[in-house]
Design a protein. Structure first.
Length: 774
């Protein structure tokens, strides 16, 4: 669930989880789509789009970024991604997708039309990435006879030649089924197909997942969650690669309790097919997952569209290594790579999955009649006007219903390395009733202090009980409501490190309270008892600083205690810095030499930074100094004011200027006791370039400002240098050569730019601004 952060300065803090009554607001595809801006701390200029046009909220599903996929969406936000939901009433087109780096397709319950399938295929071929998240066979949320694995595969089990088999005339003629054609589309497009198995009951404490390494996606991943899910069959191992396979030795005990067939097809292991897989198609990528349980959290937003009942979703995102592999998977998907298939990479190809004869698309059969249950009278899966109030698609809000209310009062400021107390109060319970299965804990919303995102960090204690020996959720406890339906319990918690955390209360598997909390540093000096006389004798030490707003000299970007005098690429003197208490001291000009005109796409690397009276070469760089003493922070933006043009206004149409391999240095970093928390953050990500290929980095879009370096409050005091490349990595550029693999500032000129014999220039401006103190 999306949370707001706060830091309290009060000794008593009150937080509330739910209102006394809840009216579930209805939303439709005509309402503004939710979006989440990237965290200001780590903007990566990547965009992720989540589909909500194909029944992603049907039945118990609630796969939206401000509902039961919100933990996933918020984690993407914290890594610098912009996240948005796709809402529309018309079919998906290439225009809907092309501005996004990753398109996530959560468990869909309505088939994709031929035109939509083609738009997705074209989007990937042109460099986009898709992430398909399915579930077990027969997870037919809207009772239309088609589950997500069938939707994604492109055909319905037992109805390969007619996906509308046994549908009513009204269903067949609905807009939802218009232009839907059966085919083995997923296999044809990506070399992989969802199987119709249904695995469950895997014990992560006793059984080992089979993890295959590829591109760093599974780094440090050992266990994942699966709670009634499916695997995939690799049909072309040059295009598809398995990453996570179920444990070996699975039996009928490991099939979902409602499975309509054997459930387990090949005894687990490699033979069962991958649970998580990837694919490469032309310039783009794809990923596949066989269960939503690995992604979802326990914060559904909507009511069920069929009957208006509340939903319960699984709190799986924080389970095992689920969050880790999801984030690493999206990072890989978002990275542009132009090799066409896995034979052109250095990974080991996966085994082709052996499938049974009855799994051949044309030979499949329905093990039992579908849908698995009759829809409620009046509900039509293809007509949102029949949806219950409070569900997505309904224009009507659900009536307000009384709900329990959970609050917490933190006693005093929470402090690290000491036992802190809080009182949890439950209101709106049944009078005189006993409610069991409460738990509380403290977890981190972002990775810090050696803990991974979502990790529990506190030892806990209930009332007068014993402090737990291990970190984690508290033991389960019960409360007894009074005649007014109110109960309370005092709890204690011990957290080792200071920082920003979330305090959570659960009832069973459901979260009933999530509250952000700031835990302060422990005091180095114990308090002096007030009843003891002081024997201290105070003296004064003084120094007075005078304002210095002159120009700061440029420093060596790799040895920042040394000053150097940079020169322009042609050897002329550079202009001085801006001066002032907050200043840009220097920024390199970029020169890409005088190459011959090419008829193909060509990348050019900028020359290295030169210095007066020195043979030293460094990467191109920008230097900022903050002498204000306010610790208020600052933001450095860069804007390419115009495309490269000649004096005759001929333009290098489509040319791209990309900065990468950023490295931060400061004299501060060479001093004893330097705190890394005071460092600013840059966005010039890892960059690799050859004559004709380019991956990573920060691409400048003419006319648009991009944050290249940012210091939040408490960061960026003193002098800081951001250099593009380092000498030790051989990527700072050469003295008089524009080889792209030797540089970290790249000008990419497509063949369609049609350059003439002329000098082309572009004006680039760094803009430094103050960040207001909150």
């Amino acid at each position: 669930m999306r949370k707001s952060r706060f830091t309290s300065r009060l000794l008593l803090v009150l937080a509330s989880a739910m209102f006394v009554s809840v009216s579930v607001g209805a939303e439709t595809s005509l309402d503004k789509a939710p979006e989440i801006n990237a965290s200001s701390v780590a903007i990566n200029h990547k965009k992720v789009l989540f589909d909500n046009t194909h029944g992603q909220t049907a039945g118990a599903a609630d796969w939206v970024i401000d509902g039961a996929f919100s933990d996933f969406a918020n984690a993407l936000e914290n890594k610098g991604y912009f996240v948005k939901e796709l809402r529309k009433t018309t079919p998906i087109t290439l225009d809907d997708l092309k501005e996004y780096d990753v398109f996530v397709l959560p468990e869909a319950n309505i088939p994709y039309k031929v035109g939509e399938q083609q738009a997705i295929a074209d989007y990937v071929s042109q460099g986009g990435a898709v992430f398909y998240i399915a579930d077990h066979y027969n997870a037919d949320r809207n009772k239309n006879r088609i589950d997500s694995s069938e939707v994604f595969n492109g055909y319905r089990r037992g109805a390969y030649y007619d996906m509308t088999k046994d549908m009513s005339a009204e269903e067949k003629n609905s807009d939802a089924m218009k232009d839907v054609k059966s085919s083995d589309w997923l296999s044809d497009t990506f070399g992989i197909r969802f199987r119709y198995n249904a695995l469950d009951n895997i014990d992560n404490n006793k059984q080992e997942w089979i993890i295959e390494e590829a591109f760093g996606i599974t780094k440090d991943v050992k266990k994942v969650g699966l709670h009634a899910g499916s695997t995939l069959a690799i049909t072309d191992n040059t295009r598809a690669k398995g990453l996570v396979y179920p444990p070996k030795g699975l039996t009928s005990a490991h099939k979902w309790g409602h499975a309509v067939d054997d459930g387990v097809y090949n005894g687990g292991g490699i033979e069962e097919g991958p649970y998580i897989a990837i694919s490469k198609r032309d310039n783009g990528k794809a990923a596949f997952l066989g269960d939503t349980s690995l992604v979802e959290d326990a914060s559904p937003k909507y009511l069920r569209e069929e009957n208006g009942k509340s939903k319960k979703t699984y709190d799986g995102f924080k389970e095992a290594d689920d969050a880790k592999i999801l984030m690493q998977l999206v990072d890989w998907l978002a990275e542009k790579e132009t090799y066409k298939n896995f034979t052109q990479s250095d990974i080991v190809l996966s085994e082709m999955t052996k499938i049974h004869d009855y799994e051949q698309p044309e030979k499949t059969t329905e093990p039992q009649d579908e849908p698995w249950a009759a829809p409620q009278a009046g509900y039509k899966w293809f007509d949102s006007s029949t949806f219950a109030p409070g569900s997505f698609g309904s224009a009507n809000k659900a009536p307000a219903q009384p709900q329990p209310r959970t609050t917490v009062v933190f006693t005093d400021k929470p402090v690290a390395n000491q036992l802190n107390k809080a009182t949890i109060t439950m209101e709106g319970l049944t009078p005189n009733s006993e409610v069991k299965d409460y738990q509380f804990g403290v977890y981190i919303p972002t990775a810090q202090n050696g803990f991974e995102l979502g990790s529990q960090v506190a030892k806990t204690k209930i009332a007068d009980g014993q402090l737990s020996e291990k970190i984690g959720y508290s033991d389960k406890f019960s409360v007894k409501a009074d005649i007014k339906g109110t109960a309370s319990v005092e709890v204690s918690y011990f957290v080792e490190f200071d920082g920003e955390y979330n305090f959570r209360v659960k009832l069973g598997k459901n979260n009933v309270l999530t509250q952000s909390i700031r835990i302060e540093k422990e005091s180095d000096t114990p308090p002096t008892p007030e009843d003891k006389p002081s024997l201290d004798y105070s003296i004064i030490g003084q120094i007075k600083f005078n304002k210095s707003d002159g120009v700061v000299k440029p420093v060596d970007p790799e040895n920042p205690n040394d000053t150097l005098t940079p020169v322009n690429p042609d050897g002329t003197d550079t202009k001085p810095g801006t001066g002032g208490l907050l200043s840009i001291d220097y920024a390199s000009n970029f020169s890409f030499g005088q190459p011959m005109i090419e008829t193909t796409l060509k990348n050019y690397g900028a020359f290295a930074q030169r210095f007066k009276d020195s043979d030293v070469l460094r990467g191109n760089y920008v230097q900022v100094s903050d002498k204000r003493g306010t610790q208020a922070g600052w933001v450095l933006q860069i804007v390419q004011n115009n495309q490269f043009k000649s004096s005759n206004n001929d333009e290098l149409t489509g040319a791209k200027l990309v900065l990468g391999n950023g490295n931060i240095q400061s004299p501060n970093m060479l001093q004893e006791g330097f705190d890394v928390k005071t460092m600013p953050v840059h966005t010039a990500s890892s960059l690799k370039a050859t004559d004709s290929s380019l991956t990573g980095g920060l691409e400048l879009i003419p006319g648009q400002s991009h944050i290249v370096l940012k210091a939040d409050k408490g960061q960026g005091m003193g002098t800081w240098v951001l250099s593009y490349g380092q000498s030790k990595d051989g990527n700072i550029g050469l003295l008089n050569d524009n080889k792209p693999h030797k540089s970290s500032v790249i000008l990419s000129v497509p063949s369609t730019a049609n350059p003439k014999e002329a000098l082309y220039e572009s004006s680039i401006t760094y803009k430094l601004s103050m960040v207001p103190t909150p």
